[in-house]
Design a protein around this ligand. Structure first.
Ligand code: PRP
Length: 219
């Protein structure tokens, strides 16, 4: 029997995602080993392999079938725009994709003037401004600390993730428009979904049941 391979986005989501998987009976002891440089972890009993990858690469691994399943943020799914099935909202990493900037950028946004938008998410920003708002903007791609851009005059506004809002607040910026709510999702390779219908279906059912149980407990 071939392994089912699960790719997890490195970083804050991975730990929480592993907790949910473990509670759903899909665990991997090997992954808890400290200071290991190993990249792939295996649960022989279940025939499941796990690996951690850079978030942006997770949809790529899944589209090409190098991973059957991925767990990654909706922001990355939208930005990468790969062919895959999105099957579960994991109810972790809840946040929002927003247009943000200094308070006085609010009037600029609606003024019809050409504004500059700094972002780590050029596709999401382009879709939003061009296709939804029908507004021409200049998009400037950055790789992190996006909030800096309007502070140092690189752009008028930013498109970025807002979770608690504290990064914006502490820098005198605010949410100007909300683009889309985000959270971590489970995605599945389109061929794997057909070829491994029973095993992947079983995993999906177990995770859904665990998430429903958690939601009831929270009520
Ligand atoms: C993200 C995001 C914001 C911040 C939002 O950045 O880009 O900067 O978190 O969180 P908050 O609303 O709770 O303050 P991240 O820490 O991932 O790093 P980055 O700035 O390098 O992208």
């Amino acid at each position: 029997m071939r392994d089912i391979t699960i790719a997890l986005a490195k970083g804050r989501l991975a730990k929480k995602a592993m907790e949910i998987l473990a509670q759903a009976g899909i665990c991997c002891e090997e992954m808890n080993e400290k200071n290991t440089r190993k990249l792939i972890f295996r649960n022989d009993e279940l025939g499941i392999r796990f690996f951690l990858a850079k978030a942006n690469d997770v949809p790529t691994y899944v589209e090409y079938g190098a991973a059957d399943i991925g767990i990654v943020g909706k922001d990355t799914i939208l930005e990468e725009n790969r062919r895959l099935y999105e099957v579960i909202d994991m109810n972790i990493g809840r946040c929002r994709m927003c247009v943000a900037g200094p308070p006085d950028a609010r009037s600029l946004l609606g003024s019809g003037k050409l504004i500059r938008v700094a972002t780590k998410y050029p596709k999401i920003a382009k879709d939003y401004f061009y296709n939804q708002k029908h507004q021409t903007v200049e998009i400037i791609k950055l790789n992190g600390s996006i909030e800096l851009a309007p502070l140092v005059g690189l752009s008028e506004v930013i498109v970025d993730i807002v979770e608690t809002g504290s990064t914006l607040r502490e820098n005198g910026l605010e949410v100007l428009e909300e683009i889309v709510p985000l959270s971590a999702r489970m995605v599945v390779n389109q061929v794997s979904m057909k070829m491994e219908k029973e095993r992947i279906g079983g995993l999906i059912a177990a995770i859904r049941a665990e998430l429903e149980k958690q939601a009831k407990e929270e009520e």
